[in-house]
Design a protein around this ligand. Structure first.
Ligand SMILES: Nc1ncnc2c1ncn2[C@@H]1O[C@H](COP(=O)(O)OP(=O)(O)OP(=O)(O)O)[C@@H](O)[C@H]1O
Ligand SMILES: N[C@@H](CCO)C(=O)O
Length: 303
């Protein structure tokens, strides 16, 4: 039996207006996957006591690897042992990280020579199996690391020339098929004024990161369309953003499909006040919340 082990970090997708395009990997949490050759077929084993299905067609890691096995004619059996570090269903790219780690491990196990873009392609299929449509942003961040823009079949890393860190507010809200439901809330059409505002936000964020311009980054962390449509899923968000900005955060946005919220902070921000008041606010809505500080993380690693 030959094995390969990999780890992939959590991520926050969308970053305001970049629905299904922009994302960032952070070191808040990571998943580990060990892929070993075995008897025929694919078996997924969740090594912790999570309720995540082990049926490969219902598991993001399993479905991605099934697709790889089919396309690359892999006849040998594979056992995937998935150790979850990233809590699922909270907008932290949990399903995407498992898929990314599994694809990278199998790529190495069978020396498939997949490019990072091909790994994104296979990993996003796992997202499709559970969220109804295969969004690429979380898996792209987990594979490439850093800030990414997914531009069709290519993912590009953004240069970051500003020093900041993240605060993640992670409310304990259990919602079955959360991302699937959240995607159903996204409007099918948008009016021109929202489109123009969102283009401005997206360009502001990308240029602000590249130029190290705090004001542009701050202006970029906004969204007129998707966050608004999904607000009933995280009703505390507008007030949490207000509190963060009043204490000099750079900006705040919904992490992926929520309910977690990502806040960017730097030396000018009153971090303790943001964390304490933010937690109290979420409690006033009836939810407990974990608050976690994090930094930008690298891409998937195979041992
Ligand atoms: N390997 C996996 N890791 C995590 N969740 C998985 C996995 N395979 C299947 N799932 C299922 O996917 C659902 C969680 O996915 P969902 O997209 O809602 O959350 P997420 O990946 O944590 O967040 P987001 O995509 O918003 O960042 C759960 O119902 C879980 O059972
Ligand atoms: N772009 C995806 C990310 C899910 O984490 C969405 O917002 O549905």
């Amino acid at each position: 039996m030959v094995c390969k082990r990999s780890i992939a970090y959590s991520s926050s997708a969308n970053l305001g207006s970049g629905f299904d395009i922009l994302s960032v990997a952070h070191d808040a949490f990571y998943d580990e996957v060990e892929a070993c050759t075995s008897e025929g077929g694919l078996r997924v084993v969740m090594t912790d006591n999570s309720n995540i299905p082990e049926d490969p067609t219902k598991n993001s890691a399993g479905f991605s690897v099934l697709s790889l096995m089919k396309d690359y004619g892999i006849k040998e059996g594979i056992i995937l042992k998935v150790k979850k570090g990233i809590p699922a269903g909270l907008g932290l790219g949990s399903s995407g990280a498992s898929a990314a780690a599994a694809v990278a491990a199998v790529n190495s196990l069978f020396s498939l020579g997949l490019s990072k873009d091909s790994m994104v392609k296979y990993s996003m299929l796992g997202e499709g199996a559970i969220a109804g449509s295969p969004h690429p942003d979380n898996v792209a961040a987990s594979i490439f690391g850093g800030f990414v823009a997914v531009l069709g079949e290519r993912t590009v890393n953004l240069n970051v020339n500003y020093d900041f860190k993240f605060i993640l507010f992670i409310p304990s809200i259990e919602a079955k098929d959360k991302t699937k439901k959240a995607r159903e809330l996204v409007p099918k059409t948008v009016d021109m004024s929202s489109y123009v505002k969102n283009m401005r936000f997206g360009f502001s964020l990308m240029l602000g990161l590249e130029r190290g311009d705090r004001k542009l980054i701050s202006n970029g962390l906004n969204d007129e369309i998707v966050e608004k449509a999904r607000l009933p899923m995280f009703p505390f968000y507008p007030e949490l953003k207000k509190i963060s900005l009043s204490h000099n955060a750079i900006g705040a946005c919904v992490s992926g499909a929520g309910p977690s919220i990502l806040v960017l902070v730097d030396h000018e921000s009153e971090i303790k006040a943001i964390e304490e008041e933010g937690k109290k606010l979420i409690a006033s809505f009836g939810y407990s919340a974990q608050v976690k500080e994090a930094k930008i993380a690298g891409g998937v690693k195979v041992e």
